[in-house]
Design a protein around this ligand. Structure first.
Ligand SMILES: Cc1cc2nc3c(=O)[nH]c(=O)nc-3n(C[C@H](O)[C@H](O)[C@H](O)COP(=O)(O)O)c2cc1C
Length: 200
């Protein structure tokens, strides 16, 4: 019998209960307070503790809070108005206030490392998805609401300039963080028999 001198994984019912009921909170129903500096630091630390083939850290995160959210909102409103000359006023106002829906918005950027015969970009992109998901869970486990959104501006090159997204990078998503102002609703989940098969 092997001498087990290291701690074995143990059942953690609190984590299992957390995962069993995990669901997102709506960004439109998220208010103050958001995480303070220390809480945000912990969310970022835990959120980036993800599998990462060859330890490349092929991602980065930009934090939008305070006035920085309004500045991006002005760019969103301008870009929207340029594309929609007949724009309704209330829609432009909505664009201006997008980042103000939550006290903190994290932009998670996929920043793949170009390594010939190294880790495929696909794997690096999977790692950034893991960052987004772990950020959501770290935020909720810290007592905040969280939602992962892309929306139109994640895929608009003009907004990439405004947001400081460089050539070769892609936005994996925006993680909206705050205090939920309404209960998040459950939604149907896929039936395991539709998505899992057992190889023979
Ligand atoms: C990459 C990605 C982008 C998403 N973008 C949006 C979006 O732009 N708008 C939206 O309503 N939901 C978006 N979602 C979905 C929400 O994050 C989330 O799935 C939904 O709120 C409920 O899921 P949950 O309760 O299982 O977490 C996105 C999800 C992913 C993975």
């Amino acid at each position: 019998m092997a001498d087990k001198t290291f701690p074995l994984p143990t059942r953690n019912d609190a984590v299992l209960d957390f995962l069993a009921d995990r669901r997102s909170n709506k960004s439109k129903a998220m208010s103050e307070p958001g995480p303070d500096e220390e809480q945000l630091r912990q969310i970022l630390t835990l959120g980036t503790r993800v599998p990462d083939h060859r330890k490349l850290s092929p991602w980065r995160i930009v934090v939008f809070q305070g006035e920085a959210r309004a500045r991006i909102g002005a760019q969103l409103a301008q870009t929207y108005a340029d594309d929609n000359p007949e724009h309704p006023e209330d829609r432009v106002a909505f664009e201006a206030a997008r980042f103000l829906r939550a006290p903190v918005v994290l932009m998670v950027v996929s920043s793949p490392v170009d390594c010939l015969r190294g880790t495929p970009v696909w794997e690096q992109e999977l790692s950034v998805g893991a960052v987004c998901m772990t950020l959501l869970m770290a935020a909720q486990a810290s007592g905040f609401g969280a939602q992962w959104l892309s929306e139109w501006y994640a895929h608009d090159p003009r907004m990439h300039d405004a947001l400081g997204v460089n050539e070769g990078e892609r936005i994996a998503g925006f993680i909206y963080l705050g205090t939920p102002s309404e209960q998040s609703l459950s939604r149907p989940r896929p039936d395991l028999s539709d998505i899992v098969s057992f190889a023979s």
